[in-house]
Ligand binder design. Structure first.
Ligand code: ASP
Ligand code: MG
Length: 401
């Protein structure tokens, strides 16, 4: 008898009918002999609705109260699912993050799991119960309820699987991980497997299926993750350590994001100190920087471009305006209209010529790029959003995605 953690996302528990359906699936698994821990998200768009209510009262609601508020969404779905399981004749118990022993540190609304005091969950499993845990929430050292950042139920599920040394199954409204977002490229293929590392690049670049941090935890603790459809039995995608069974293609996927902005700062004095102060200030405000590129020094000055999340626009504006005031002659520009395209593939470690191919594709299709950066397994470009579909189709065809 194995333990398994299954997670069902908001759209999979969006209605009472869907909750009953999830209960049937969980019950089937229990009947097959496995001990099951189920993690659920809030029903449908509940979390958005809760955030909206707070925003009607305050532009900037206190984050502790936001956690108190947002955590209620998951309490609705765990209790309803547990009721549905009992109705099917299965013994089950729902648990909040606190009851499941999920300890967190860090900031409210974006806390991190520091440890899981797993004994409560284990005890209930040993009694033969199905344990239904609220995703997305935990408790901090002060005993306050915290949440793990939007999409955080994935992280709850993988962290529980890590603690229980078992597999984690993520059931959602897509069949698995695709080479390209099928909404942008209908011929995209579903991947049988993808490595943790590739998935992290894909997820942080806008593949959007799982919270990136959950994949990070999966890699750290070697938790095999399976992503599949919640409504039907169809083969999904395994996320695991890279191994020989994974298809040996140079490029595994193309990820596309419209959620970034690009900041260009010209006329920065050529000094590591000055640059380090700029990025330190951004880090202090938790601005997550993705691409960074810098020109070679010219007459004692450099230009730097970087991309960051659209949500950080206000923080970035403040930092940059201070930076301009402190360094006369610095001029900056924020480009809110960009699309970020990234080709990701473990095969890039051993194959050369991917960058050359990419430049050729863009040139042949008359697509101008604004910035390009590379890492061991990824090449990213920012382009004008008007060229997005053309670029996606051309790249996908050449790399057979
Ligand atoms: N309900 C939370 C959210 O909407 C957590 C999750 O869905 O994973 O972000
Ligand atoms: Mg999600």
């Amino acid at each position: 008898m194995a333990i398994v953690v299954q997670k069902y996302g908001g759209s999979s528990v969006g209605t009472i009918g869907k909750i009953k359906n999830v209960a049937r699936r969980v019950a089937k698994r229990r009947e097959a002999g496995d001990q099951v821990v189920v993690v659920v998200s809030a029903m449908g768009k509940t979390t958005n609705m809760l955030v909206g209510m707070a925003k009607e009262i305050s532009e900037n609601p206190p984050t502790r109260e936001m956690d108190m508020l947002m955590s209620t969404g998951e309490q609705i779905s765990i209790s309803l699912l547990s009721i549905a399981l009992k109705e099917l004749g299965f013994d089950s118990i729902s648990m909040t993050g606190f009851q499941a022993g999920i300890l967190t540190g860090g900031r409210h609304t974006n806390a991190r799991i520091t440890d899981i005091e797993i004994s409560n969950v284990k005890e209930e499993l040993d009694k033969g119960k199905i344990v239904v845990v609220a995703g997305f929430q935990g408790v901090n050292e002060k005993g306050n309820i915290t949440t793990l950042g939007r999409g955080g139920s994935d992280t709850t599920a993988v962290a529980l699987a890590a603690k229980l040394s078992c597999n984690c199954e993520i059931y959602t409204d897509v069949e698995g991980i695709y080479t390209v977002d099928p909404r942008l490229y209908a011929e995209a293929k579903k991947l049988e497997a993808i490595s943790y590392e590739e998935m992290m690049e894909m997820a942080s670049l806008g593949a959007g299926v799982m919270q990136t941090r959950s994949v990070e935890i999966g890699q750290k603790f070697g938790v095999p993750i399976y992503v599949a459809l919640s409504t039907e039995e169809r083969p999904g995608t395994y996320i695991k350590e890279h191994d020989a069974s994974m298809e040996e293609k140079v490029i595994t996927g193309l990820s596309v994001s419209d959620d970034d902005i690009m900041i260009t700062i010209n006329g920065i004095p050529y000094s590591t100190k000055v640059v380090s102060v700029l990025f330190e200030k951004l880090a202090e405000r938790d601005v997550n920087i993705d691409m960074i590129s810098q020109t070679a020094p010219h007459d004692g000055f450099i230009n730097i471009s970087f991309t960051a999340d659209k949500g950080d626009l206000n923080s970035i504006r403040e930092v940059i305006s201070d930076f301009e005031n402190e360094n006369g002659g610095v001029r900056s520009e924020i480009d809110e209209e960009i699309t970020k395209l990234s080709v990701v593939g473990n095969g890039m470690r051993t194959h050369s010529g991917v960058a050359a191919k990419m430049f050729k594709i863009l040139a042949e299709n008359e697509i101008e790029f604004k910035q390009v950066t590379t890492s061991e397994i990824r090449i990213s470009y920012t382009i004008n959003p008007k060229d997005k579909i053309k670029a996606v189709h051309a790249i996908a065809k050449v790399f057979d995605l």
